[in-house]
Structures are given as structure tokens and as C-alpha cells.
Design a protein around this ligand. Structure first.
Ligand code: SF4
Ligand code: SF4
Length: 404
């Protein structure tokens, strides 16, 4: 686990412990702290200790100058933006580290920076094949184990808290938001497609998901060990990086399309293209937590007033003010609607039996899932890639010739 990964992980988990403590869940804070301490002591991985130091200094500074943020008592949108930007910054640093590592390999020089394993999170097909191998054959991959770990983590977030990963963590969603805002500064109009076209476009991401699942499902179990031993799998991360860094005509077309979508409509990439979003959307139907509207407290029913503030605040264009439960696969649990609602108790994120989850609770759950599982995967030896550097250095020279 690289230093950047370790510092990010420690910042997230120490902040989660602080949020648990300040939300009076002392047992939760103690258990999370104990799991963190145990992982550090078992692994004795020194960057984790550096990360702990950075996180503690950061937290005490925050507590002194911005106590509301340290305690998670800021407005919902601010909390979400804080987490999104911190995770995006970390991913940018990871991307730079990955690029330096790859560039030095290509130059035939021993890299001064290790390869960040979290980059494997961008290999969902490899992750799916690895999971299939683990379940069907009891084989654990040694080259990109983090791909399977992160796939499980992201699926768990969908199962527990809908598409909160998209709304609170995904750096691509954040980049899309910035592009959309940039376009709106110059061209104010909304170019919303008609409902029928919107529905058709939304189905496109499911077609991409079907294509990805097809690759994983149709790969015969018996041929998986051969695939995992092959050079293609060993450099899947480098091939993916070169797809972005030295784009051919297909990649350029894809980038152009994504850029156009992001500028055209808010969250258009998440809504129409992203197969991860499609997967999370499907799984989110199983999530016990959903946005629910209390007809007892909502101004429409309780006071007979006209109100649609929740609907107008929704970036996913969901009609919230007429529903008692938002079941849509597009709901990213962003809680914009809750933040916009003028009536306390009218709108909340809860289970059917009435267990409510605040924005702070959602942030805690998400951060613990996203970071505690990878930490223990690292301790358990299913995080760090064991592909030798010399082999990667040799293979990167022949990247274009390496196929399935
Ligand atoms: S319904 Fe609420 S939580 Fe869901 S996407 Fe819309 S604003 Fe966000
Ligand atoms: S914003 Fe609140 S009060 Fe207004 S319609 Fe939505 S739930 Fe009801």
C-alpha cells in the first residue's frame, strides 16, 4: 500500500471515528478504532503510521479552527462536497503516482514510486473474473487482487446505501459536475431531452453493463487460471492507462462523447453511460435505505401548500414531492432533496421500519466500507500486487503486442 493510499485511508478512517464519537456512538467509535489499531499492529506497515500522524494533526487542526466540520455538523451539501473533493484529490495524486511509475518502467528505470494498488479499482472486468475464480475455483489472483476487493466494496455500498458511491465518492461524477457548471456559465439554457429519449438513453448504460457481464459470465471457469497467468492480465492496468494516455481514434471518440454529455446535461455520464452506475442502480433496489417522504409532515399534505423544493433540488430529475418512497435506480442518496426541504422530518433517508440515517451516518458508513475493507484486505494479503517489477518493465515495452 503506497504512502498516498495509506494517508488517504487514515484520514478517512480517523475522520469516521471522529464522526462516530461526535454522533454519540461511542461503541461504534471504539470498535472502529480497535479495528484500525489491530490492522496497523498486525501489518506494521510504516506508511500507515505516517498516515495516522497526518490524520491526527489534521483532525486536531480542524477541531480547533472548523469544529463543525470535525464533528460533521455542517450542512449536508458541504459534508458531501468535502468528502467528494478529498477523495477526488487523493485519486488525482494516485493517478500521478501511477503515471510516474509507468513512465519509469517504460524508460527501463527502477521506479522511485511504487505502483498504487487502488488503480486496480478501474479494472471491473478483471475484478469480476477474479471473483469468479475465487468463488468457483478457490483461486485468489496475485496480480490485481485490489480489483476484486474494490468491486466487492462498491457492490456493498450499493446494497447498503443505494448509489451513495456515485453521489458521495465517484471522482468522475465530480468532474462531470464541474464541466456542466462551466457550460452553464456561458450557456444558461437547459437542454433536457424529452422523457421518451431520456428513458432510451438511460438504458444505454445497462447495455454496457450487459456487455461487461457477458465477458465475465461467458468465460469458462476452466480457462480462468490460464487467463490469470497470462501477460494480458498482468498488464491490464498498464493497458488501461495507455488507453487514456495515448488515445487512438476509438478512445478519442469516447472522450469526445463523454465530454459532450457532461457539458450537455448534469450527470449525463452517470445517467446514460456509466456501467458501474447501472450495476449500482440495480443493486440499489435491494438497499433497505431509501429517501422517504412523510405525508404527515410534508407541507403539501399537512398544510395544503404548494411545494416542490425537493424535486427541484434533485440532480437526478426524480419527482420526489409526489412519492412517499423514492425507489428510482437513479437516486444517488446525495440528500440534496433532504437539504432543500423546509420542513423538518418531512424527508429522510430511512428503512421501511423507520430506522433513519443522517447525512453524517451515511458519510460514516461509506467511508468505513470504502477504507476498512481494503485495509483488512491488505493485512490479509489480498491487496498488494505481486507482479515483479522486472516483469512489468519487460512487458510494458511490448504493450501493443500483448493480447488476450
Ligand atoms: S431523490 Fe434526493 S437523494 Fe435521491 S438523487 Fe434526488 S436529491 Fe439525491
Ligand atoms: S420539499 Fe419537503 S415539504 Fe416540500 S414537497 Fe418536498 S418533502 Fe414536502
Amino acid at each position: 500500500m503506497s504512502t498516498i493510499e495509506s494517508i488517504t485511508l487514515m484520514l478517512a478512517l480517523v475522520y469516521s471515528i471522529s464522526l462516530l464519537y461526535w454522533s454519540h456512538n461511542k461503541w461504534g467509535a471504539a470498535i472502529t478504532a480497535a479495528m484500525l489499531a489491530a490492522a496497523m499492529l498486525v501489518s506494521l506497515h510504516w506508511p500507515l503510521f505516517i498516515g495516522l500522524g497526518v490524520a491526527l494533526v489534521g483532525l486536531f487542526t480542524l477541531k480547533k479552527f472548523q469544529p463543525e466540520i470535525a464533528q460533521g455538523q455542517q450542512r449536508i451539501n458541504l459534508l458531501r462536497e468535502l468528502i467528494r473533493h478529498a477523495l477526488a484529490l487523493s485519486m488525482m495524486l494516485v493517478a500521478v503516482q501511477f503515471a510516474i511509475n509507468a513512465a519509469m518502467l517504460k524508460a527501463g528505470v527502477d521506479p522511485i514510486l511504487v505502483r498504487p494498488d487502488i488503480g486496480d479499482a478501474f479494472l471491473p472486468i478483471a475484478g469480476g473474473i477474479e471473483l469468479k475464480a475465487a468463488i468457483g475455483l478457490g483461486i485468489f489472483d496475485n496480480d490485481h487482487p485490489a480489483a476484486a476487493v474494490m468491486l466487492v466494496v462498491v457492490l456493498l455500498t450499493g446494497l447498503l446505501c443505494k448509489r451513495a458511491f456515485c453521489g458521495w465518492a465517484c471522482p468522475l461524477g465530480l468532474a462531470g459536475d464541474y464541466l456542466y457548471k462551466l457550460r452553464k456559465r456561458f450557456i444558461k439554457e437547459e437542454f433536457a431531452p424529452p422523457a421518451w429519449l431520456d428513458w432510451i438513453l438511460r438504458m444505454v448504460k445497462y447495455l454496457f453493463l450487459i456487455a461487461l457481464l457477458f465477458i465475465v459470465i461467458t468465460m469458462p471457469l476452466a480457462s480462468i487460471p490460464h487467463y490469470l497467468d497470462g501477460y494480458y492480465h498482468k498488464v491490464a492496468d498498464l493497458k488501461m492507462a495507455y488507453f487514456f494516455l495515448s488515445p487512438g481514434p476509438i478512445a478519442l471518440f469516447c472522450f469526445g462523447l463523454i465530454l459532450f454529455l457532461a457539458l450537455w446535461k448534469r450527470q449525463a455520464f452517470c445517467r446514460y453511460i456509466c456501467p458501474y452506475g447501472a450495476l449500482l442502480g440495480l443493486i440499489s433496489f435491494l438497499s433497505p435505505f431509501k429517501i422517504r417522504r412523510s405525508t404527515e409532515h410534508c407541507l403539501i399534505n399537512s398544510k395544503g401548500m404548494k411545494c416542490d423544493k425537493c424535486t427541484r433540488a434533485c440532480p437526478a430529475n426524480i419527482i420526489v414531492h409526489t412519492q412517499s418512497t423514492v425507489r428510482s435506480d437513479e437516486c444517488q442518496a446525495c440528500m440534496n432533496c433532504v437539504a432543500a426541504c423546509p420542513k423538518k422530518e418531512a424527508l429522510y433517508f430511512s428503512t421501511r421500519s423507520g430506522i433513519k440515517m443522517s447525512a453524517r451516518g451515511l458519510a460514516i458508513m461509506l467511508l468505513i466500507l470504502l477504507f476498512m475493507i481494503p485495509l483488512w484486505a491488505y493485512v490479509g494479503g489480498i491487496w498488494h500486487s505481486e507482479t515483479p517489477t522486472e516483469l512489468r518493465m519487460m512487458l510494458i515495452q511490448h504493450l501493443n503486442k500483448i493480447g488476450h
